[in-house]
Design a protein around this ligand. Sequence first.
Ligand SMILES: Cc1cc2nc3c(=O)[nH]c(=O)nc-3n(C[C@H](O)[C@H](O)[C@H](O)COP(=O)(O)O)c2cc1C
Length: 266
Amino acid sequence: MADFDKDSLSNTFIVAVAVCLVCSVIVSGIAVALKPAQLINKELDQKQNILRAAGMLPSGSNVDEDGRGVEELFSEFSVRVVDLETGRYIDDMDSSGFDPIRAAKDPAMSIALSAAEDIATLRRRENISLVYIKHDGDQIDKLVLPVRGYGLWGTLFGYLALDADLQTISGLGFYQHRETPGLGGEVDNPNWKAKWPGVQLYETDGQPGVRLVKRRSFPHDDSYGFEVDALSGATFTTRGVENLVNFWTGDLGFGPFIKRLKTNSA
Ligand SMILES: Cc1cc2nc3c(=O)[nH]c(=O)nc-3n(C[C@H](O)[C@H](O)[C@H](O)COP(=O)(O)O)c2cc1C
């Protein structure tokens, strides 16, 4: 009988393939098993971002000053589906699982934006989106909107929160972007984010007028309330943030919906 040569080329190949197969089965199994946990964590992360934009969760903490956690705080919000063109609620559609960003890629669920319209460099805008509303009795207390737009290196994704008057910004935060740390990445700096609460949104003509400026006007000037300090050394990111805020609160964004909310006709 021929000697069994465990170091032969064919044996080495068989063992290598077997090890690869076993490893790939283990890795795939773990990936599949972890998928539900990943989805739960992603959802929790989005809730945290919404709460932070609304100023209800301090940055770097998972509880508010009264020790209330993310789920408890987020339970005060209702998630509503909105037709962006008409500004009306769509009540017969389930919001769970609906992804406005994916909808924007589908020509059947979005509109193409012309160069003049597309100040946030989106190319397409979804027809339907989600809004997050916190009520205080019958009155709106906070409105949180998903916003996005191009900076220097890519799209910034975040949430813009408005106060009860739907005129005063309550906060702005980004959960995903590709801007350079220390330059455009300063959009995440708590000191810069603290400059947003109180900023005014709509000018007397009803159009959004937020401006990111290198030097702010004097407090008695009309423009003062609309201004936020620009990020130094990050002109492109700064312009991107200004444009995305004004796009999503304007006529092609949530503007029609916000107008309806003000007259209780959404
Ligand atoms: C490596 C590198 C990374 C940069 N990252 C950003 C950035 O994230 N956002 C931005 O607006 N500008 C960024 N810039 C700077 C821009 O290229 C440009 O110089 C700057 O926006 C000018 O801003 P200023 O007018 O405020 O000086 C980067 C430049 C370099 C060299």
